[in-house]
Design a protein around this ligand. Structure first.
Ligand SMILES: NC(=O)c1ccc[n+]([C@@H]2O[C@H](COP(=O)([O-])OP(=O)(O)OC[C@H]3O[C@@H](n4cnc5c(N)ncnc54)[C@H](OP(=O)(O)O)[C@@H]3O)[C@@H](O)[C@H]2O)c1
Length: 288
């Protein structure tokens, strides 16, 4: 199994913690019995994902990349995909396992999940994150452009989930679908994208119901605007970006790293009684 080398800064903070712990014993502090604030050695938090095996599609850039690196830092063994070998070439230097995979490819997806399960004996969590947008008026769509978006976003999510279920039916599992607030509310210039994310939210609910008896949990993460290549059509136009920011109570867009905590929550025991839900991270955009 791949094991991440601790970084120097981590070693330092660990040894600092140890020496702090040595110098204090319970009862030293005024108000005897109070915790000294250090994590109890050997006690896992509900958010612990160390040693878990995780597959994230569309991890070559943007949100998937941030989640992959964040989960690696938390001690997980992370497989990440991109469309081409060049997209994932950087991963080996970052202690991630990179694989080229088109999420529309049923055979390739099945083979990758089979490979992971064979090598590690398990795949603790599948994160269906790969996605594309449309960015055009509904009246400019045709059957081919609809198929492009639906097959990557919706069908890709379904194909990954089915392959995972096939290979992990006996063990159970955790699926996190990276959806969008545009699966909840509508907007202009993204009719097929919104539909694909709405379909993912419904798929999340339906799989949660059908697969709960097999010990699968299925949830969706719904970001608002996150600063990645994906929203270049917005960020490259200051007036459009400003209008989006004005609609957001927190008056900014998110950075990809701000998705890591929620992804770890959904992948870990911390969400053990949660399934079929959509978790929104949008700076408040959809509260009004
Ligand atoms: N950014 C936002 O504001 C935002 C908001 C809400 C939801 N989301 C959702 O978050 C997810 C990630 O978005 P992002 O902003 O990180 O996008 P991004 O920066 O454009 O990255 C997209 C990722 O998906 C991969 N990909 C695209 N088509 C694929 C296919 N057919 N098969 C396999 N992989 C494919 C890309 O691989 P290559 O690098 O090889 O092209 C890349 O890794 C998407 O599902 C998106 O809908 C994004």
């Amino acid at each position: 199994m791949l094991k991440r080398k601790p970084k120097k800064s981590e070693l330092k903070s660990e040894s600092e913690n140890e020496s702090k712990n040595e110098s204090k014993t319970p009862g030293d502090d005024p108000g005897s019995g109070a915790s000294n604030g250090a994590r109890r050695p050997g006690v896992a938090t509900p958010f612990d994902i160390a040693g878990k095996t995780i597959l994230i599609t569309g991890a070559s850039r943007g949100i998937g990349r941030a989640i992959a690196l964040g989960m690696r830092d938390a001690g997980a063994v992370v497989y990440g995909t991109g469309t081409k070998p060049e997209s994932v070439a950087w991963m080996a230097d970052e202690e991630l396992v990179g694989r080229a995979l088109d999420v529309r490819d049923e055979v390739g997806t099945d083979a990758l999940i089979a490979e992971i399960v064979k090598r590690h004996g398990k795949l603790d969590c599948l994160i269906n994150n790969a996605g594309i947008t449309d960015g055009r008026l509904a009246s400019w769509h045709d059957a081919e452009s609809v198929e492009d978006v639906m097959s990557t976003n919706y069908k890709g999510t379904m194909i990954g989930s089915l392959a995972y279920f096939r290979h992990h039916r006996k063990q159970g599992g955790v699926i996190v679908n990276v959806s969008s607030i545009l699966g909840i509310v509508g907007t202009e210039m993204s009719s097929v994208y919104c539909s694909s994310k709405g379909a993912i939210n419904q798929l999340t609910r339906c799989l949660a119901m059908e697969w709960a008896p097999y010990n699968f949990r299925v949830n969706a993460l719904c970001p608002g605007l996150v600063d990645t290549d994906f929203i270049k059509p917005i960020t490259e136009h200051p007036a459009v970006l400003q209008a989006a920011i004005e609609r957001t109570p927190m008056k900014r867009i998110a950075q990809p790293e701000e998705m890591i905590g929620a992804a770890i929550f959904l992948a870990s025991k911390a969400s053990s009684f949660m399934t079929g839900q959509t978790l929104v991270l949008d700076g408040g955009t959809t509260v009004h």
